[in-house]
Ligand binder design. Structure first.
Ligand code: ATP
Ligand code: MG
Length: 233
């Protein structure tokens, strides 16, 4: 369930500035970790490196003990679901087609449409398959983006401020949805966030500052969080 992620001495430089500075970490399979820290701390940089969207300048990243290659990262990216602050949906496409978009270029061994419909239902949007993003609220658009991220059944979900563009109540619904899906599909989850309530639903909170890890707390899930996740199932 999920994948183990290991970072060994990972640095990422922009000029002489270190966006990440010699970071070594391990993330347990199936864990949910919040990445916190001020703007510029290196949260997005860390997610991009783990997701194979950027390359470290030094150090290495291992997924299930296998180092990520520096080339040919497509196969890895297909095992990662990415959710962004600004939902990045394609405005001219329907909900169904947005969810299908990541797998349209590939030959796949599953029924794309059946899976897309199942995911649309799992995120609470059954019946809205033909709507376009402009017809949906922000929270609904983020639900579509989450369904899209799951179309390859990724063992790893990366979310970069997934509630950053949403009001508090809607953000909380999205948090509960993500945590419920993590349980349901068995994913390792990393979430960059400024939202303390979101962080409190994770089982670990990492704090970054100036590209370094300055805090690493393991949390026991609160009862109300367990209740809410239970209610989703
Ligand atoms: N493409 C880039 N070119 C130059 N510098 C960059 C680039 N991307 C990130 N940086 C720098 O790397 C550092 C870390 O940035 P990063 O985006 O990872 O921070 P963050 O923790 O995600 O911040 P925020 O909370 O604002 O999203 C910052 O100093 C930033 O200016
Ligand atoms: Mg960021």
């Amino acid at each position: 369930m999920g994948v183990v992620i290991t970072l060994r001495g990972v640095s990422r430089l922009y000029g002489s500035a270190k966006a990440l500075d010699d970071v070594s970490l391990e993330f347990a399979a199936g864990g949910a970790t919040a990445l916190m820290g001020q703007s510029g701390a290196g949260k997005s940089t860390l997610l991009h490196l783990i997701g194979g969207m950027d390359l470290p300048d030094s150090g290495e990243i291992l997924i299930e003990d296998r180092p990520l290659p520096r080339r040919g990262l497509d196969a890895h990216r297909r095992r990662v679901g990415f959710v962004f602050q600004r939902f990045h949906l394609l405005p001219a496409l329907s909900v169904l087609d947005n969810v299908l978009a990541p797998v349209l270029p590939y030959r796949v061994d599953f029924d794309r449409k059946a899976r897309a419909r199942e995911l649309i239902e799992a995120v609470g949007l059954a019946g809205r398959e033909r709507a376009t993003p402009g017809e949906l609220s922000g929270g609904q658009q983020q639900r579509v983006a989450i369904a899209r991220a799951l179309i390859t059944r990724p063992p790893l979900m990366l979310a970069d401020e997934p509630t950053g563009n949403l009001d508090t109540a809607t953000g909380q619904e999205i948090v509960d949805l993500l945590m419920g899906l993590r349980e349901q599909y068995g994913m390792t989850m990393l979430i960059a966030t400024h939202n303390p309530e979101l962080a409190a639903t994770c089982d670990r909170v990492l704090r970054l500052r100036d590209g370094r890890v300055v805090g690493d707390d393991r949390l026991a899930p609160a009862d109300d969080v367990l209740d809410r996740i239970g209610r989703l199932g």
